[in-house]
Design a protein around this ligand. Structure first.
Ligand code: UD1
Ligand code: MG
Length: 452
C-alpha cells in the first residue's frame, strides 16, 4: 500500500510519580536539555505531520517548552492521571482527524533516534494495524513484557499483572507504538475497562487489536535507545548513555579529548576544528567553540561562544552571555557572565567580569572585579581597546575605562577614565626607614628577658 503520507503524533508527557520532585518529570534534563526536547528532536516533523502533546494539570511549563520546540504543536491537558491510554485519549480530537499513521510516544524516553521512528512505521504499509517497539532488557523489572505466541505478538503484560512465567520474558515494551490511523480510535476506545489499579493501559491495545482480527507486530531496538525515565536513578543512567554518544560524536568530529569519559557535554555543544578539551570540563547548554580553541582542565562553561584559538582555564567558569573573541585568554579562577571579551584580550587570573565589554587586546590584571550589582540592579562596565587594568582593582559599574588607559593596581574606580589616562585610587605610600629592624629588635629583646 502506498500513499501513507500524513501522520499524527501523540506525545504523552503527563506527570510521573516516582521522580520525587516538584519539577515535572519530562522537564528533567539530560545533557542540558529537558527529556521532552530530546523526544521532540527525534520525532518526525515537517509537512503532513501534526503533533499533539498531552500534559498534566498545572503543567504550563511543559506546554511552554513544547511551544518553544514545536510552535505548531497542539497541547491537551489530562486532568486526572489515569494511565497511558487515558493520556493518549486526552488528544482524541487530534486522533479523530484521521491521519494515515498515528504514533504514540512517551515524553520520558529521551534516547530514541529518528531512524527508529521511521522503522516503527514501516510495517503499517504492509497492513499491520499496530506496531510496538520492543527491546531486550538486561533487567526487565518494571517494563511491560511482550507476550508472543507462534511468533506473533498477542499481548503486553505490565509488571504488576504478569505471571511468574511472564515475568521471565526479557522482550519488553519501549512504550512507543505506531497505529494504522483508520483503526486507532476504535482500538483506543475499547481500552475502556480500568484495571485493578484503576488505570487505562495503552498496552491493552495489542490484545484488543487481536480480538478485532487485526495484526500487531514488534520492531526491536537496543535497550540504550529506549530507557524510560521513571526514577532519578534511571535519569542518571540515561545521562551516561547520552554522554557516551555525545563524546563519541565529538571525537568523530575531530575534537581532541585525552580523557573523554571525564568531559560532560550538552546535546547542543558545537565544536569547530582542532578544538582541544582537557579532562574534567563541564559544558552546559548553549556553548559553541571555534577552531583551535583550548579548554583547559576543570572548567565549567554554559551559554558561551568561544572564539578561534581562544584559551579557557584551567579552572575557569564561563557563564551565559559570555563571548570570547579570537585568541582571547581566560585563565584560572576567572568567572565571566554576560561579557564580551574581544580578540586577544586577557584575564589570566582570579577575576570576575560580569555585564562587561572588554576591548581587543585589553589586559585585566589578577584579582580585578567588575562590581556590577548594587543590591538592586545590574550595571555595565566598558573597558576600551588595549586598556590595562592593574591587579586587584574594583571597577564599580556603571563605569567606562577608555581605550589604552591604565588603572593602577588596587584602585577602586568609580568614575569614567578617559582614553590613554592613568587612574590611581589609593593612598600615598608611606615609608619609614629602618622601622622593621627596630621593631624586630625590640620584640626579640623582650622575648629573651626572663619572665618575672
Ligand atoms: C510504560 C508502559 C510499559 C513500558 C514502559 C516503557 C503502559 C501501561 N506501560 O510504563 O509497558 O514498558 O512505559 O518505558 O503504557 N503519562 C501520562 N499520563 C498518565 C500516565 C502516563 O501523561 O496518566 C505519561 C508519562 O509522562 C510518561 C509516559 O506517559 O511520559 C509513560 O508513563 P509511565 O508512568 O512512565 O509508564 P511506565 O510505568 O514507565
Ligand atoms: Mg516510564
Amino acid at each position: 500500500m502506498s500513499g501513507r503520507t500524513n501522520l499524527t503524533i501523540v506525545l504523552a508527557a503527563g506527570e510521573g510519580t516516582r521522580m520525587r520532585s516538584s519539577l515535572p518529570k519530562v522537564l528533567h534534563p539530560v545533557a542540558g536539555q529537558p527529556l521532552l526536547r530530546h523526544v521532540l528532536a527525534a520525532a518526525p516533523g515537517g509537512e503532513g505531520s501534526s503533533l499533539a502533546v498531552v500534559v498534566g494539570p498545572d503543567h504550563q511549563a511543559v506546554a511552554d517548552e513544547v511551544t518553544r520546540a514545536r510552535p505548531d504543536a497542539q497541547t491537551f491537558v489530562q486532568t486526572d492521571r489515569r494511565g497511558t491510554a487515558h493520556a493518549v485519549l486526552a488528544a482524541r480530537s487530534a486522533i479523530a482527524q484521521g491521519a494515515d499513521d498515528l504514533l504514540v510516544v512517551f515524553g520520558d524516553t529521551p534516547l530514541l533516534s529518528a531512524d527508529t521512528f521511521a522503522r516503527l512505521r514501516a510495517p503499517l504499509k504492509d497492513g499491520v494495524a499496530l506496531v510496538v517497539l520492543g527491546f531486550r532488557a538486561a533487567d526487565p523489572t518494571g517494563y511491560g513484557r511482550l507476550v508472543g505466541e507462534g511468533g506473533e505478538l498477542v499481548a503486553i503484560r505490565e509488571q504488576a499483572d504478569a505471571s511468574a512465567e511472564e515475568k521471565k520474558i526479557t522482550l519488553c515494551n519501549a512504550g512507543i507504538m505506531a497505529f494504522d490511523g483508520r483503526v486507532a480510535l476504535t482500538i483506543l476506545d475499547k481500552i475502556g475497562h480500568a484495571n485493578s489499579k484503576n488505570e487505562y493501559y495503552l498496552t491493552d491495545a495489542v490484545a484488543i487489536a487481536r480480538e478485532l482480527g487485526l495484526k500487531a507486530a514488534v520492531i526491536e531496538t537496543g535497550e540504550d535507545e529506549v530507557r524510560g525515565i521513571n526514577t532519578k536513578a534511571q535519569l542518571a543512567e540515561a545521562e551516561q548513555v547520552m554522554q557516551a554518544r555525545l563524546r563519541k560524536a565529538a571525537l568523530e568530529a575531530g575534537v581532541t579529548m585525552v580523557a573523554p569519559e571525564t568531559v560532560y557535554l550538552a546535546a547542543d555543544t558545537v565544536f569547530g576544528k582542532d578544538v582541544t578539551v582537557e579532562p574534567f570540563v563541564v559544558f552546559g547548554p548553549g556553548v559553541s567553540i571555534a577552531d583551535g580553541a583550548v579548554i583547559h582542565a576543570f572548567s565549567h562553561v554554559v551559554g558561551a561562544s568561544i572564539g578561534a584559538n581562544a584559551s579557557v582555564g584551567p579552572y575557569a567558569r564561563l557563564r551565559p552571555g559570555t563571548s570570547l573573541g579570537e585568541g582571547a585568554r581566560i585563565g584560572n579562577f576567572v568567572e565571566t557572565k554576560a561579557a564580551t571579551i574581544e580578540a586577544g584580550a586577557k584575564a589570566n587570573h582570579l577575576s570576575y567580569i560580569g555585564d562587561s565589554h572588554v576591548g581587543a587586546g585589553a589586559n585585566i590584571g589578577a584579582g580585578t572585579i567588575t562590581c556590577n550589582y548594587d543590591g538592586f540592579d545590574k550595571h555595565r562596565t566598558e573597558i576600551g581597546t588595549g586598556a590595562f587594568v592593574g591587579s586587584n582593582s574594583s571597577l564599580v559599574a556603571p563605569v567606562k575605562i577608555g581605550a589604552g588607559a591604565y588603572i593602577g593596581s588596587g584602585s577602586v574606580i568609580t568614575r569614567d577614565v578617559p582614553d590613554d589616562a592613568l587612574a590611581v585610587e589609593r593612598n600615598e605610600q608611606s615609608l619609614r626607614e629602618g622601622w622593621a629592624k627596630r621593631y624586630r629588635d625590640t620584640k626579640l629583646a623582650r622575648k629573651k628577658k626572663p619572665k618575672s
